[in-house]
Design a protein around this ligand. Structure first.
Ligand code: FES
Ligand SMILES: [Fe+2]
Length: 385
């Protein structure tokens, strides 16, 4: 493996002895070489968010995903457990599953018909030893099952750890649980096991590096400039940034705000045309993002595709005590579509701006609003070291 693409001085200025921190060099956001390092070193050692349990609701449901450039299959096995395998046939290596499918009893390679169980066991190898002869002397079928990937399913969210060395996910996610538990604006009924999925907004491929997408989500500095109307109820002075180990993000603390409780309050809160509640925007490094806004919870899937391309998808949930009608749900969906469209314009504009060598020495960070980005970029530098 080649050496780190970051020079010692580029790492040192992420946390300078004095003056504002500088960001990662421009190449971290634009260079395919840097992205390759992230795929080889950073993503494999962390828990990477890849999808939702509701994407594979029943045994035999299968969803191909790409993580760190690796093709993977997420599926639900016969016992109802979510499992992940490398999406690569053990014969000659064709991608085994091309698109999502439902209720399969086996996975059959389209190339030469090798077939695998939902637990990854290789079952059949038709004609492998000659016409109507599946066997070859010395070939041990048991050694050629699908290669599993360490997987955790936490509530509706599926994460994978490619190299198998990350701390157990329950431990890794504990800081998110604690933030939510200790949040001043939590309501009585905030129980993660009660969350109900109410909608998906797929933003498709965003023309920006995955780090720009995450950084935009966690820093609050841009809110009054970019979301003047859509987040008009969240003035800048109610925001603060969060950086705590692998947990980075921000929060909005509006005195007197709380989750709605009565049916009428829920309807009124959910049909407002702007965001005006207290909120938590949390990211467990590198890409597991959850937003808590009173009655609404949103997970954000940021899937890195290339140095300058990222797939982004929102999934909206409500707590068990909330029972929104179709109008309220559409209103939430519409507001979040608008807010994120505003963000995507900034993200894609950032990627275009970074084409200039002016940013070779990296951004300059506000110590007040952007220490969460500083922490995030330090984690990136450590991740590829
Ligand atoms: S590559 Fe899959 S059966 Fe040949
Ligand atoms: Fe934003």
């Amino acid at each position: 493996m080649s050496r780190s693409p970051l020079r010692p001085d580029e790492i040192a200025r992420l946390a300078p002895a004095e003056g504002p921190a500088r960001g990662l060099p421009r190449s971290a956001f634009t260079s395919p070489e840097f992205f390759r390092h992230e795929c080889e070193r950073l993503f494999p050692r962390h828990w990477v968010f890849v999808g939702h349990a509701h994407d594979v609701p029943e045994p035999g449901d299968v969803m191909p995903v790409t993580v760190a450039g690796f093709p993977l299959i997420v599926l639900r096995n016969r016992d109802g457990a979510v499992r992940t395998f490398h999406n690569t046939c053990r014969h000659r290596g064709r991608k085994l599953v091309d698109s999502a499918c439902r209720k399969r009893t086996a996975l059959t390679c389209p190339y030469h018909g090798w077939s695998y169980d939902l637990d990854g066991t290789l079952r059949t190898t038709p004609h492998f030893g000659g016409y109507r002869n599946p066997s070859v002397a010395g070939f041990d079928k048991e050694a050629f099952g699908l290669v599993p990937v360490r997987t955790a399913c936490w509530h509706d969210w599926i994460v994978v750890n490619l190299d198998g060395t990350a701390a157990c996910f329950r431990e890794a996610v504990a800081p998110i649980e604690k933030r939510v538990r200790d949040w001043d604006f939590r309501a009585e009924g905030w129980d993660l096991t009660s969350l109900r999925h109410i909608g998906t907004i797929d933003f498709g491929t965003v023309r920006g590096n995955w780090k720009i997408v995450v950084e935009n989500y966690i820093e609050p500095y841009h809110v009054p400039f970019v979301h003047t109307q859509s987040c008009g109820g969240q003035p800048l002075d109610t925001h603060f940034a969060i950086s705590e180990g692998l947990l980075v993000g921000s929060a909005v603390s509006i005195k007197g705000s709380r989750a709605a409780v009565s049916k009428e309050e829920q309807e009124a809160a959910s049909t407002r045309k702007q965001l005006d509640s207290s909120a938590l925007y949390l990211v467990l490094f590198p890409n597991f993002a959850l937003g808590f806004y009173g009655d609404l919870v949103i997970s954000i899937l940021t899937a890195p595709l290339a140095a300058d391309l990222t797939h982004e998808r929102f999934d909206l949930y409500v707590w068990g005590y909330v029972d929104p009608g179709p109008e309220a749900i559409e209103s939430w969906m519409d507001l979040n579509r608008r807010i994120n469209a505003e963000d995507i314009r900034m993200i894609e504009g950032m990627q275009e701006g970074l084409a200039s060598p002016v940013m070779d020495s990296g951004a300059v960070m506000s110590p007040h609003w952007e220490h969460c980005i500083q922490q995030f970029e330090k984690l990136v530098a450590e991740g590829i070291a």
